[in-house]
Design a protein around this ligand. Structure first.
Ligand code: OTU
Length: 652
């Protein structure tokens, strides 16, 4: 949009750009800057307008965008233009992701490069490499306490190795996702060191307090993210003799985004990685970006403004690069990270569907889809040009992130239901085979979350120990059922590395001092490649799961209705164990009916249940399941579900 004030300021800024910038070929940069400047200016003004150096800071911001644009390779600029043209590219069903640790999935980046074939064998084409930037060895929070944002941790490799990976992936049409930890740095980051030495500029990068006055005000309402290992949100720094805000671990210093210099530094870092060939940046802990006394300091409107600003600026320099919002918050809050009142994403194009994830786990424990249905019914609509990351497990714990209202609607009492879930997954409930671990237990409110691999949480670890073949088979079917849901739901499915070959909990972290107090390490395995080789031997667990996912991915890619265009309709079935939704195709292609049985026993679906939804199944006597390419099992006009069976059925 054109508006006089901002435009006159833009002219002024362009006038003042250094000759070495002005001399460059900046055509596309200028058109994009012109398009975004009104918004960019207004947002920057909202956050920093009261400062005397406002214009200077704005100039610096434009300089950073311009310099990084100049540094962007012609090849990446070509990708930008291609993605501008094909702007819905990331909504296609062709994308399937995997998250992994470079030193867990492989030995290091170099070794990872040699394992790219594996991705293609499985069919995944979006690879999220967990944080690889430099971190202090024994205080890294698994890579989320960065001490140098421009250096890859020597333990996993170097920039050269990453560039080779980026290039190899590009050649095979595989997207690369990297983390940027925007909310905090390690206490050993250069900025923190300088702050500690008393440099004013860097003291302003963090929240540092003389005494407990302000910290105590904050503490009245701030929750604890890691109540067991890092209670409280402030840490005493001996050298400075001051309190520092540390919402996560005590060695993770929160960045002060009330200071525009911090925003500009971080933007420079985002664009630096965009220029290394990263397709998608995962922005960590975005809900926490803005702190305010008298609240939870999560989901503050200013946090959204910051993300809009990041997006506006990134679009000017590297418009082909997308953001993932890692905001594990309440369902109504998550969707706001796409941006509100818009068609295309104003903040992050992609967000973790933590709601769906948690609801799936509820269905696992209860063996029915009551809360799952209720939660999905109330899942807020997302923007048209934005999409979900649908996942079952990730490197973090599982939080029971659904609302009490929905729990009640589903017919349970919230407190006891949540307790039941915690007991179920931690193996305390008598009727459970789950081998989860309680994480983040908080005595103040009896809260807890759950750690453990998919395989162990589902019960396969127990079944194997008991050598119970029937239970082993059921667990595998259960694992496949969950994947059938995230593959069909709408959005990008994200497999957690190791799950594709049924990797169990790894308890070796307990013997490692820097990991022992964080049981999330139980589900951050080192892949045993000898075992992984069994994926090629029929009859093994590895083979059964791997080949099922392989097939599912192949079929998904062929089904246009699985693209994410807000084309999902929940179907209410009378059988509480069944979960069903319809994926609506565009134009004259077939819709797909997705059905899953969450119970461990046989279930039936009366076809009249579906007919009433005005769906005409193609040929009622011969309903083909797209996944297996076989006729569905019918008995007296009823669709038969064996335990944990799913169907992907084509309907017209
Ligand atoms: C994120 O986590 C990362 O995924 C964690 O691995 C890090 O420990 C953490 O940030 C700090 O960098 O901030 O928005 O319940 O879900 O800490 C959510 C724990 C986050 C995590 C939460 C999360």
């Amino acid at each position: 949009m054109y508006e006089q004030l901002s435009h006159s300021i833009l002219n002024e800024i362009l006038e003042r750009l250094k000759p070495e910038i002005k001399e460059q070929e900046l055509n596309h940069f200028y058109t994009r800057l012109g398009a975004n400047f009104y918004s960019l200016f207004s947002l920057f003004l909202k956050l920093y307008g009261k400062r005397k150096d406002f214009k200077e800071q704005l100039l610096k911001l434009v300089e950073v965008m311009a310099r990084q644009y100049i540094g962007r390779s012609p090849e990446l600029k070509k990708t930008d233009l291609a993605r501008e043209k094909d702007y819905n590219w990331f909504l296609s069903q062709k994308w399937v992701g995997m998250t992994l640790y470079a030193d867990g999935f492989a030995e290091n980046l170099l070794d990872l490069l040699s394992k790219i074939d594996y991705f293609q064998e499985l069919g995944v084409n979006l690879i999220h490499i967990m944080p690889i930037l430099e971190c202090p060895k024994n205080a890294s929070d698994g890579g989320y306490a960065v001490s140098n944002y421009r250096q890859i941790d020597a333990r996993v490799g170097d920039l050269e190795a990453l560039k080779n990976i980026a290039q190899a992936m590009k050649q095979r049409d595989i997207l690369l996702v990297l983390d940027i930890v925007v909310n905090h740095t390690s206490n050993q980051h250069e900025w923190a060191e300088k702050a500690r030495q008393g440099e004013h500029k860097y003291k302003e990068y963090y929240y540092i307090f003389q005494d407990r006055e302000i910290p105590d005000m904050f503490e009245k309402t701030l929750p604890d993210v890691f109540p067991q290992t890092a209670p409280g949100n402030f840490t005493w720094d001996e050298t400075m003799q001051k309190w520092v805000m540390t919402v996560f671990n005590n060695y993770q210093w929160d960045l002060n985004y009330q200071n525009p210099a911090v925003f500009i530094e971080m933007l420079d870092i985002l664009l630096f990685w965009a220029n290394q060939g990263v397709d998608i940046l995962r922005l960590d802990a975005v809900a926490f970006l803005w702190k305010k006394i008298g609240g939870s300091s999560q989901n503050e409107p200013e946090a959204h403004i910051l993300l809009q600003l990041f997006k506006d600026c990134c679009q000017v320099t590297a418009p082909g690069v997308l953001f993932i919002a890692e905001a594990i918050v309440a369902p109504v809050e998550i969707v706001k990270y796409f941006g509100e009142d818009a068609i295309n994403a104003k903040e992050c194009e992609i967000a973790y569907n933590a709601t769906f994830m948690a609801l799936l786990w509820d269905a696992v424990a209860t063996k029915n889809a009551k809360l799952l249905k209720q939660g999905i019914k109330n899942l807020p609509d997302k923007l048209e040009r934005a999409t979900w990351l649908n996942y079952i497990r990730c490197h973090d714990d599982i939080g029971l992130g659904f609302t009490d209202e929905d729990i009640m609607e589903a017919g349970y009492e919230p407190k006891s239901h949540r307790n039941f879930l915690l007991n179920y997954f931690s193996g305390k409930y008598e009727n459970t085979a789950a081998r989860g671990l309680l994480f983040g237990q908080n005595p103040k409110n009896n809260d807890a979350r759950i750690s453990g691999t998919l395989t162990s949480l589902i019960g396969l670890e127990t079944a194997l120990e008991e050598k119970n073949q029937e239970k082993i088979e059921l667990s595998i079917k259960h694992i496949i059922l969950l994947h059938s849901m995230i593959f069909a739901f709408g959005g990008i499915p994200l497999i957690y590395y190791g799950d594709e070959i049924g990797t169990l909990n790894d308890y070796s972290y307990m013997g490692n001092l820097s990991k022992a107090n964080d049981n999330r390490w139980a589900h951050r395995p080192k892949i045993d490649w000898k075992k992984a080789q069994l994926r090629k031997t029929p009859g093994t667990i590895e083979h059964t799961i791997f080949s099922a996912l392989q097939r599912m991915i192949k079929v998904r890619k062929e089904i246009a209705a699985f693209g994410d265009f807000n084309n999902r309709e929940l179907i209410n079935l009378s059988n509480p164990h069944l979960f069903a939704f319809l994926r609506i195709a565009q134009e004259n292609q077939d819709h797909v009916l997705v059905l899953g049985n969450f119970d461990a026993s046989y279930q039936y679906l009366n076809l009249t249940d579906i007919d009433s939804k005005m769906l005409r199944l193609n040929d009622r006597d011969n309903i083909i399941d797209l996944y297996s390419s076989q006729a569905s099992v019918m008995f007296k006009n009823q669709l038969v579900f064996s335990p944990f069976r799913f169907y992907w059925i084509s309907v017209s």
